[in-house]
Design a binder for this molecule. Structure first.
Ligand SMILES: Nc1ncnc2c1ncn2[C@@H]1O[C@H](COP(=O)(O)OP(=O)(O)O)[C@@H](O)[C@H]1O
Ligand SMILES: [Mg+2]
Length: 255
């Protein structure tokens, strides 16, 4: 089982889009996949047409010990793809759990063994390095960092790497950064190419060869509550996420 957290404390870089679509592509290849939405904005849940608002059926309820995983887990319309949704209540978890012992590992504690029935567990993180992201990093054994190929792409990355080092030392020694995903790439601009070069210079061979090109179909697919491979299977967006997913699987030969 591989468990991968998609993190970057910047918002709007492609975390949710990548989690949603890599998940769908893995499931299409016959893998058993669990998506965990750890962002109170619940964009990943919405991406799969799930609205958990006001239903008391989200990861927050699991973290509070009020619901079992089986009560909250949803089978999506994609065969082999399950989802633990989020809702806005999760935003208060940080404050409510402040005095709870082991609060950084509470998700791992409650999900525990059930994760092992999956081939892949993909966790979508909020745009911060707070308690929810720390929880993701104790469940995960790998980190993918989606970066937007725009001017400020690498701003804040050193802070992220610092956080990774601390978690690895203190909470999860098996954690590794195993992939950088260049998102919203525009090959037609000099800036896009220059930023991509910078990202490769910084992260070297950790950067996936496949870049996710800018593609309007990707943003449209979210509002239609389906992954790109279902919404627009012929689009650049679908092709890119299929190619990326093949690279992700190919990593297993070298792990
Ligand atoms: N490759 C892309 N091309 C065009 N739009 C994209 C692409 N990837 C993501 N988007 C859109 O950009 C916005 C931010 O992406 P999202 O994945 O939600 O970022 P994050 O989860 O990091 O905040 C969303 O509206 C999404 O639909
Ligand atoms: Mg997001």
């Amino acid at each position: 089982m591989r468990s991968i957290a998609f993190i970057n404390q910047k918002g709007g870089v492609g975390k949710t889009t990548s989690t949603a679509n890599v998940g769908a592509c893995l499931a299409a290849l016959g893998k058993k996949v669990l998506l965990i939405d750890l962002d109170p904005q619940a964009n990943l849940s919405i991406h799969y047409g799930v609205n958990a608002q006001g239903k008391d059926l989200s990861i927050y309820q699991i973290m509070c010990g009020k619901k079992n995983v089986s009560e909250v887990l949803i089978k999506t319309a994609i065969s082999g793809l399950d989802l633990i949704p989020s809702d806005i209540d999760l935003a208060s978890a940080e404050v409510e759990l402040v005095n709870t012992v082991g609060r950084e590992t509470i998700v791992k504690f409650y999900l525990g063994e059930m994760l092992n029935v999956y081939d892949y567990v993909l966790i979508d993180c909020p745009p911060s390095l707070g308690l929810l992201t720390l929880n993701a990093l104790t469940v995960a054994n790998e980190i993918f960092i989606p970066v937007q190929t725009e001017f400020f792409a690498l701003q804040g990355v050193s802070k992220l790497l610092q956080t990774f080092d601390i978690i690895k030392k203190r909470l999860n020694s098996s954690l590794e950064i195993t992939g950088i995903i260049a998102c919203m790439y525009d090959s037609r601009t000099k800036l896009g190419q220059a930023v991509l070069d910078k990202i490769k210079e910084y992260f070297e061979d950790k950067v996936f060869v496949t870049c996710i090109r800018k593609n309007i179909k990707l943003s449209e697919s979210t509002s239609h509550g389906m992954p790109i491979t279902v919404y627009a299977p012929e689009s650049n967006g679908a092709q890119d996420y299929v190619a990326l997913t093949k690279e992700i699987i190919a990593q297993e030969k070298s792990i």
